[in-house]
Design a protein around this ligand. Sequence first.
Ligand SMILES: Cc1cc2nc3c(=O)[nH]c(=O)nc-3n(C[C@H](O)[C@H](O)[C@H](O)COP(=O)(O)OP(=O)(O)OC[C@H]3O[C@@H](n4cnc5c(N)ncnc54)[C@H](O)[C@@H]3O)c2cc1C
Length: 353
Amino acid sequence: MFASPSVAPLTADFGPFAILLKVQNTPLREHPVSLAMEERSILGKTAREYPMTPLQKKMLQDMGPGRVTLHYPLGGYTTFRAGGPVEALYEAHTLAELIDLITFLAQEKIPYFVIGRGSNMLVSDDGLDAVAISLKGEFLTIEVAEGDAQGLLVGAGTSIFDLLDHCRVHGLSGVEFLAGIPGTAGGAVAMNAGAFGREIGEKVAGVELINGKGQKGWLNRERLHFFYRHFERPAGAVITRVLFSLEKESGERIRQRIVEYLKKKKARQPLELPSAGSVFKNPPGHYAGKLIEEAGLKGKRIGGAMISPKHANFIVNTGQAKAADILALIRTAREKVKARFGVDLDLEIEVLG
Ligand SMILES: Cc1cc2nc3c(=O)[nH]c(=O)nc-3n(C[C@H](O)[C@H](O)[C@H](O)COP(=O)(O)OP(=O)(O)OC[C@H]3O[C@@H](n4cnc5c(N)ncnc54)[C@H](O)[C@@H]3O)c2cc1C
């Protein structure tokens, strides 16, 4: 493993992006609304369908003393800063602990999902009867791959910010285009995050994961299937480590490239307000933002949510948005774009609940 370098972090270079990386919990909304969510849910069920029994909650707490927070305000943790609580948040620090946890959840048929930085998620105002797993401890490490000085083995909970800072300090190039993406390595791989015509999948040489039965596995490059904002993996799989294949380059050149990407993003994106980045995928042959703009929706508000006047594929929370406001704008954008251009807009963000 690398010795921790005594070099100043990238915070100054990241400017407003650094703020997005801070964890801020907002209080729970007092009057949750009921959502009729026809949108895709990663849990494949509606909220409040299968609550845990008191015994299951107790067993979960006994599995990881100090690791479990019941009724955790997950919506406030996401970068949208909207939405309700999750039944429990479990902070897993070791692989052994994670395997036990997933085995238990699978046996008990308790729905679960990983929360990275919550920067590509919309949580229902009603909240979720599920366990959110947050990867901490040994999932935050960055190591040189054995026998490969240009291979980096990165814990899935590591922030993209820390990954890029590490690459700059150690002169490893190839993922600078991820600058400004406020997620984790695991979340970025799960989403096949990309920017400036590049995708993270291009630089991934292997992925370690735990499948939905609690078994550890490793997928080599030839078994990795990346698509536009999607990484194919077994149902319920949790990505635990990612092997990146990078190139040697000067740290200063890497820093300059990061700063250039950040400048471009800052000029185009409404970073001053909470959002989850691009809401819709670009349909083949189109840009979702351009279609929404041409449908006359820039600046359109519903409740506390607004289609950004700066970038029409961003929905921003102007202060007190509910998940329902954001969903209503999503429906409006879809309807208007379909009516005007005959194009279906698919969600890039994940709707939970
Ligand atoms: C201001 C802003 C700018 C953005 N710019 C971009 C951009 O340029 N390009 C882009 O692609 N995205 C962008 N995004 C969206 C988002 O940051 C990315 O999709 C990011 O990769 C999500 O990472 P996360 O850790 O926050 O994942 P989360 O939002 O927490 O999770 C997203 C999905 O991944 C799953 N997941 C997370 N971690 C794991 C894991 N370890 N194992 C299995 N599944 C996991 C979750 O369960 C969920 O299904 C932007 C968002 C914001 C707010």
